[in-house]
Design a protein around this ligand. Structure first.
Ligand code: TRP
Length: 333
């Protein structure tokens, strides 16, 4: 039988090309090799945004539409929403009991999140009990499906380490080998920077959304930073010092296109504006199919909801098998 993977994403609203190239594209490949479970981590969103829930429901749907548009196939992958699987909350309680406090306190990702919260909301910002429990809840997500592996970015690896520790500890305490110790599968995809050269992110206003139209994309690409030392078209260019535009070419262009852009830029035969106009067109061509599918799902939202109902059902079936075993192992009933 094939191995099982599970991964999740917090519902941050419409996803951008950084998500697509860095994470989703990997999932699309992996779904053909593994029994795959992908879920929207709406409880995890509450760990920092418990007081900003107006858009939560829409954000969940937007994430799912972006996944479907990008090629996550609901016929072979199970797509579900974390909060629709109450067994995860129950497992979270049991795992919380066996997790030593200092394991969560030393979690580096949590420390970073706390730091960001403090800079955003000031020194008085509180770290809630729920946020402290972030790594335990994440372990519950993963162990709920008794996954073999978890595809994640490098920033999440510390969490997977804790999951392995918790699984091992549970097995020791209850004298079982039931839980697997899941392995991280590191995303190997290209990272893409934002239009200003920094990390692409919604809150930095430097992103291109999967759901942007081709006009929006073309317009945004025109704002991309290029080689700052270059004033006129005839100045000799330095593609490797071009902060954003040439990097995008390397992601979206063919080998020949990249070579040609390099040559013309270095010879001063290609102006930055023309270069970016052409780049926008190339990107739009690559993204056309995804956007067509995105538009389809947007106007068929009932289909998206049906996909989630099916996914929830499949995920719950698996979760119920696991939770029944867990209750027995602990000696609950
Ligand atoms: N913490 C992950 C992130 O911010 C999201 C997540 C929640 C997750 N539960 C998970 C990822 C379980 C993988 C497995 O990206």
């Amino acid at each position: 039988m094939s191995q099982l993977i599970v991964s999740g994403m917090r519902p941050t609203g419409k996803l951008h090309l950084g998500h697509y190239l860095g994470v989703i594209q990997n999932w699309v490949e992996l779904q053909h090799k593994y029994e795959s479970y992908f879920f929207v981590a709406d409880w995890h969103a509450l760990t920092t945004k418990y007081d900003k829930t107006e858009n939560l429901k829409d954000d969940v749907l937007n994430v799912v539409m972006d996944w479907l548009a990008s090629g996550i196939d609901p016929e072979i992958s199970t797509i579900y929403v974390q909060s629709h699987i109450p067994e995860i909350a129950e497992l979270n309680v049991y795992l919380g009991m066996v997790t030593p406090q200092n394991w969560v306190e030393r979690d580096p990702t949590l420390k970073d999140m706390a730091k960001i919260l403090r800079t955003k909301e000031g020194q008085n910002s509180q770290i809630s009990y729920g946020l402290m429990g972030y790594p335990v809840l994440m372990s519950a997500d993963i162990m709920m499906m008794n996954a073999d592996a978890v595809p994640v970015g490098i920033d999440q690896v510390a969490h997977i380490e804790i999951t392995r520790d918790i699984a091992r500890r549970f097995n020791n305490i209850y004298n079982t080998e039931f839980f697997k110790e899941p392995q991280p599968i590191l995303n190997h995809c290209s990272l893409i920077c934002g239009l200003d050269g920094n990390k692409m992110g919604k809150s930095f206003h430097n992103d291109i959304k999967i759901s942007d139209t081709s006009e929006e994309t073309a317009k945004k690409v025109m704002t991309a930073i290029t080689d700052r030392s270059r004033m006129r078209k005839t100045d000799l260019g330095h593609p490797d010092e071009c902060e954003v535009a040439f990097k995008y070419w390397q992601v979206f262009g063919t080998e020949e296109q990249i070579a040609q852009v390099r040559k013309e830029c270095e010879k001063g035969e290609r102006g930055c504006a023309d270069c970016k106009r052409q780049l926008g067109a190339v990107m739009n061509e690559k993204l056309a199919q995804i956007r067509e599918r995105r538009a389809y799902y947007e106007s068929h939202i009932d289909e998206v909801k049906d996909i989630l109902i099916e996914g929830d059902k499949k995920a719950r079936k698996k979760a119920q098998e696991v939770i029944t075993e867990v209750r027995t192992l602990i000696g609950m009933y």
